[in-house]
Design a protein around this ligand. Structure first.
Ligand code: MLC
Ligand code: AMP
Length: 522
C-alpha cells in the first residue's frame, strides 16, 4: 500500500482577513472607497497602495510572529490604513481609546508588550518613554492631518506587497475590555472570528454590492472598539461599499450626509442626539435603507420616536468585544419582524442559550445568564489562562455576563447584567476600577460607584464616598483628581460624600439601593 502523503499542488488558502476584504474591493479600483468630512477622497487603489506600503514598513522591522501593534491615535483614514496594513502583514492590532491617560496606557503597554506603538504627536514624549521602558522597540507617530513618522517611513516602501499567509486560528487583534476586578482583559480575536462574523452580517443585513446599486455607510463611530472598527469597517469593506467618514459624531453632519448614504450604525446616544434635531424628518432619511444600533440598551421610547419621525424601525443587535456580533433583529422580511426592545435572534452559526445559576437551561421566556458558542467567539484572554477557563463552561460556551430571556420565536431580550458594569454612551465603565482609584485618595475610607439612568448617555456613573474618621473630603476634589488620572468617559458625573453605605447581612454593599436612591439626582 502506498503510504506517501498526498501532495497538493494547490497553494494553501490564505485565511488572512485582509485577503477576504481586498478580494471584495470593486473591480473599478479608481472608484471612491472613503470620503472624509473634510472632502478627502480615497480610492480602492489608494487603500491597496497605502496598506501595502505600511505593511512593508512593518515587515521590515523583523517582528516576531504574533507581535502586537498598539495604536492610540485620533480617527483618520490613515488610522484605518494602519489597521488594514497590520492585518495584511499578519501582525496583531491593538487599538486603544484616545481618552486613556497615562496610568491606563502604562497598564496596556506593560500587559500586551507591544513590539510597535503608534501614537499622536502630542503624546509622543510620555508614550515613547513608557513604551521603551516596557521593552517596545519602535514608536511611531500618526496624526489626524496625514503627518507623522509612520507615514514618512512608509513612503519609502513599495506599493507591492504579498498578503501574509495566516490560518483562521491566528490572532488578528486584541481588544481590551475593562475587568470586573479593575484589571482590563485583552480579548484575543482571530482572523477566523472576524471574518466569519463579517460574512454572516453581510448576508443577514442584506448589504447591497456595487453591482446591486451599492450601499454607502456613514461611519461616525470611534475606531478603537468593536462597533466602529469591526462591525462598521468590515461591513463596508467586505461588500465593496463606500464609507462617508466622520472624524467625530455630529448629528447635523450625519443628517446632511444621509441623502448620499444608505446605512448608519450608532450607539443609542447617537440616535438620542439626532432625535433632538428638527431636521430629522422622513424627507431627510429618504435615501436610507438601514439604521443599526448596539453596544448599549436602546430605550423603547427612542425606538418608537425614531420610527415615528423617520418611518424606519431601528435594527438593534447585540455583541461584545469577546464575541463580535451575537444576535440581530432581522433586516429582510423573510427573516422575521424587527422587534423594538429586543436584540433579535442569534445570528446564523451562533448558538445562544439562557441558563440559571445552577447551569440548567431555563424555560422559554424565563430569565437567566446568556451563554454563547460559535466561530465568532474569541480565543481567550491575553495572558490570563485561568480567567479564560473561568469564563467558559465545561461544554465550551462563553458566559457573557449578560442576563436575558429568549421568547418562543427565538428573540432575545437583555434585562440586565450579572457583571457589575456601567455602559455610558456605548463605553464600558467598571465600577471596581473607579472605586479602586477613589479608595486610594487621601481621606477616603471606602466608595461605591453605581450606574443611574441618563437621558443622553443612557447610563452614567455616580460615586458615593465614605470619608475616614476625622477626615474631610470634597466631592469636587475627588472628581478633579479622577479627571487627572482616568479616561474622561469613566469619570462619575456626580459624587456624594455620605456617612455610611447600605449593606446586607453579609456586609456586602447593596448597590441596588444606591441606584434607587441616586437615580433621580440628574
Ligand atoms: C464623552 N463623555 C462621556 C462619554 N463620552 N461620558 C460618559 N460616557 C460617554 N460615552 C464625557 C466627555 O469627556 C465630556 O466630559 C462630557 O462627557 C460631554 O462630552 P460630549 O462632548 O457630549 O461627548 P462626545 O465627544 O460628543 O462623545 C459622546 C459620544 C461618544 C456618545 C459621541 O461617547 C461615543 O462616540 N460613544 C460611542 C462609543 C462606542 O463606539 N462604543 C462601542 C463599543 S463596542 P467633560 O468633563 O470633558 O465635559 C461594544 C460592542 C458592541 O460595546 O456590541 O458594539
Ligand atoms: P464591550 O465589552 O465593550 O464589547 O461591551 C459588551 C457589552 O455591551 C455586552 O456584554 C452587553 O452588556 C452590552 N451590549 C452590547 N449590545 C447591546 C445591546 N444591543 N443591548 C444591550 N446591551 C448591549
Amino acid at each position: 500500500m502506498d503510504t506517501k502523503p498526498i501532495q497538493s499542488s494547490q497553494p494553501p488558502v490564505n485565511a488572512n482577513l485582509f485577503a477576504a476584504l481586498a478580494a471584495a474591493f470593486p473591480a473599478d479600483r479608481r472608484a471612491c472607497a472613503v470620503e472624509t468630512d473634510t472632502g478627502l477622497l480615497y480610492s480602492w487603489q489608494d487603500l491597496l497602495d497605502a496598506t501595502a506600503m505600511v505593511a512593508n514598513l512593518l515587515e521590515s522591522l523583523d517582528l516576531e510572529p504574533g507581535a502586537r501593534i498598539a495604536v492610540q491615535v485620533e480617527k483618520s483614514v490613515e488610522a484605518l490604513i494602519l489597521y488594514l496594513a497590520t492585518l495584511r502583514a499578519g501582525l496583531v492590532y491593538l487599538p486603544l481609546n484616545t481618552a486613556y491617560q497615562s496610568a491606563e496606557m502604562a497598564y496596556f503597554i506593560e500587559d500586551a508588550q507591544p513590539a510597535v506603538v503608534v501614537c499622536g504627536r502630542s503624546n509622543f514624549g510620555w508614550i515613547s518613554k513608557m513604551a521603551f521602558q516596557a521593552g517596545t522597540a519602535h514608536v511611531f507617530t500618526l496624526n489626524d492631518d496625514r503627518t507623522g513618522s509612520l507615514l514618512d517611513r512608509a513612503a519609502q516602501f513599495s506599493r507591492s506587497h504579498t498578503i501574509a499567509q495566516r490560518q483562521a486560528d491566528d490572532l488578528a487583534a486584541i481588544i481590551y475590555t475593562s475587568g470586573t476586578t479593575g484589571r482590563s482583559k485583552g480579548a484575543m480575536l482571530t482572523h477566523g472570528n472576524l471574518l466569519s462574523n463579517a460574512r454572516v452580517l453581510q448576508k443577514y443585513w442584506g448589504w447591497r454590492t456595487p453591482e446591486q446599486g451599492g450601499d454607502v455607510l456613514i461611519h461616525a463611530l470611534p475606531i478603537f472598539h468593536v462597533h466602529g472598527l469591526f462591525v462598521a469597517i468590515h461591513g463596508a469593506l467586505i461588500n465593496g461599499s463606500k464609507m462617508l467618514w466622520m472624524a467625530k459624531f455630529d448629528p447635523k453632519a450625519v443628517l446632511q450626509a444621509m441623502p448620499r448614504a444608505t446605512v448608519f450604525m450608532g450607539v443609542p446616544t447617537l440616535y438620542v442626539r439626532m432625535l433632538t434635531e428638527p431636521g430629522l424628518t422622513r424627507d431627510a432619511v429618504r435615501n436610507m435603507r438601514l439604521f443599526i444600533s448596539g453596544s448599549a440598551p436602546m430605550l423603547i421610547e427612542t425606538f418608537n420616536d425614531w420610527q415615528q419621525r423617520t418611518g424606519h424601525a431601528i435594527l438593534e443587535r447585540y455583541g461584545m468585544s469577546e464575541t463580535v456580533m451575537l444576535t440581530s433583529n432581522p433586516c429582510r422580511t423573510e427573516d422575521g419582524k424587527r422587534m423594538g426592545g429586543t436584540v433579535g435572534k442569534p445570528l446564523p452559526g451562533v448558538q445562544l442559550r439562557v441558563q440559571d445559576d445552577g447551569g440548567k437551561a431555563v424555560s422559554v421566556g424565563e430569565i437567566g445568564g446568556i451563554q454563547v458558542k460559535g466561530p465568532n467567539v474569541f480565543k481567550g484572554y491575553w495572558n490570563m489562562p485561568e480567567k479564560t477557563v473561568q469564563e467558559f463552561t465545561a461544554d465550551g460556551f462563553f458566559k457573557t455576563g449578560d442576563v436575558g430571556r429568549m421568547d418562543d420565536n427565538g428573540y432575545v431580550t437583555i434585562v440586565g447584567r450579572s457583571k457589575d458594569l456601567i455602559i455610558s454612551g456605548g463605553y464600558n465603565v467598571y465600577p471596581a476600577e473607579i472605586e479602586g482609584y477613589i479608595n486610594n485618595l487621601p481621606g477616603v475610607a471606602e466608595s461605591a460607584v453605581v450606574g443611574v439612568p441618563d437621558t443622553d448617555f443612557g447610563e452614567v456613573g455616580v460615586a458615593v464616598v465614605i470619608a475616614k474618621p476625622g477626615a474631610t473630603v470634597e466631592p469636587a476634589a475627588i472628581l478633579a483628581k479622577l479627571k487627572a488620572t482616568l479616561a474622561n468617559f469613566k469619570i462619575p458625573k456626580r459624587c456624594y460624600v455620605v456617612p455610611e453605605l447600605p449593606r446586607n447581612a453579609m456586609g456586602k454593599v447593596q448597590k441596588n439601593l444606591l441606584r434607587n436612591q441616586y437615580q433621580s439626582t440628574q
